[in-house]
Design a protein around this ligand. Structure first.
Ligand code: ZN
Length: 417
């Protein structure tokens, strides 16, 4: 996924204090490695030195020194299941691999604590939405810590960004891509589905499944979505220029991402099931608001976990809860079961997979303990494999075979040590 070419002595840019031959004391290095002439004209810049190239889902992303990663976080209304865990373990692995390549990842993982599903769960529990969300969030953080998922650099909560959503809605109205009806503001969604290769019928089906209310009679077109939803009983409400109401789901994420990172991100990450409508509308709103395209340089949609071929869902009664897995298996085995596969592929969970992962983990630890001479070439080869769209299975094979420092390095990079 990410490849940072090794810096060769005498070829990289020198610093003012760089004593190496070839550095001219002004950060300039000549092709031959000899000092630049007094004219200060460089004969060639070795642009490969220090440049990092990410390839994510086939998309090439050049990175200089940091990577802005926006991750769609949880709606804190229920316990963590394996599907959630897989998404956030993969995003954590992406961030660790970026760091391994010498880029500073900056992960922003939001908390969707203003959400219709959360409101309904809080009502059932007889709790205020924000108190209910805070308790669920605490449990989620505990689950993530158990799996070795690092805390993100930014963790915006939707209820703190209502004002930014109002500004976003105003900007979209000014740009003529949104309209106001009965206290709600709707974003015109024509063209959003086709950008992600969906036809109208499939787009409307998914919109209905994810709470997009395609049958709302206030809309000009069923594909339009609420940036601002007029107040309704049983939901929190805030004042706005259009009367009391609450932010729409896609608009919340767009506002949080733009508030933290500005108009664009290097990678937008989340489960593949969020591709449409959530991510598609988020990107479309951000681009319409800022005029900056594309909003995301690359998308990291991790595969969906199924059970017997069916999507994991509370309504289907087939949830595999993280608590249950961690009660019976080491966290490292659960983590490696998630990571030892192509990240974008959907996969079916079976308990036997945990046994396979436990064996792989044991093999890695034994390889790490092997007393073999350091092999920088093996570490480099592993770095290239991870650069190849996070090819964890191949990197793991190589580390187990090479042993020593290569195995210890991989265990650290994958968060298994
Ligand atoms: Zn989101």
């Amino acid at each position: 996924m990410l490849d940072r070419p090794r810096q060769e002595p005498g070829l990289r840019h020198g610093s003012a204090r760089d004593p190496r031959p070839g550095a001219d004391g002004l950060g300039r290095v000549t092709e031959s490695g000899s000092p630049a002439s007094d004219t200060g004209i460089m004969t060639r810049i070795h642009t490969t030195a220090g440049a990092a190239v990410a390839v994510i889902a086939g998309q090439r992303v050049e990175l200089l020194d940091r990577a802005r990663v926006y991750a769609c976080g949880i709606t804190p209304y229920d316990v963590t299941h394996l599907g959630h865990a897989a998404t956030f373990v993969w995003i954590d692995a992406l961030s660790r691999v970026l760091r391994f390549a010498g880029v500073q990842p900056e992960v922003c993982r939001n908390v969707t604590d203003v959400d219709d599903v959360l409101d309904a769960a809080a009502r059932r529990a007889g709790a205020a939405y924000d108190e209910f969300a805070a308790i669920q969030q605490f449990q989620f953080d505990r689950d993530m810590a158990a799996l070795g998922v690092r805390s993100p650099e930014h963790e915006p909560r939707a209820h703190r960004y209502v004002e930014q959503v109002i500004r976003l809605a105003s900007g979209l109205l000014d740009a003529g891509v949104a309209y106001h009806r009965h206290g709600s503001v709707y974003f015109r969604g024509q063209g959003v589905a086709s950008r992600v290769g969906l036809d109208r019928a499939e787009a409307l089906r998914l919109s209905g499944e994810f709470g997009g209310r395609p049958n709302d009679p206030a809309k000009d077109d069923p594909v339009d979505v609420a940036v601002w939803q007029a107040t309704e009983p049983g939901h929190p409400a805030w004042e706005s220029p259009w009367g009391p109401g609450r932010p729409g789901w896609h608009a919340e994420c767009a506002a949080m991402a733009m508030s933290v990172f500005g108009p664009a991100v290097d990678v937008h990450a989340g489960g593949a099931d969020l591709k449409f409508p959530h991510h598609a509308y988020h990107a479309a709103m951000a681009e319409a608001f800022t005029g900056v395209r594309p909003y995301a340089r690359a998308w990291f949609h991790s595969g969906v976990v199924t059970i017997g071929g069916a999507k994991m869902a509370k309504s289907a009664g087939n949830l595999v809860l993280l608590d249950d897995l961690l009660a019976k298996h080491p966290a490292g085995a659960v983590r490696l079961m998630i990571l030892d596969r192509p990240w974008a592929q959907n996969w079916d969970y079976r308990p036997a997979l945990l046994e396979v992962a436990a064996t792989r983990l044991e093999n890695l630890y034994q390889a790490a303990a092997r007393n073999v001479p350091n092999d920088p070439a093996a570490v480099d080869a592993m770095r290239r494999l991870l650069a190849d769209d996070l090819n964890v299975p191949a990197a793991l094979d190589l580390a187990i075979e090479a042993g020593g420092a290569a195995a210890r390095t991989l265990a650290r990079v994958l968060g298994l040590s």
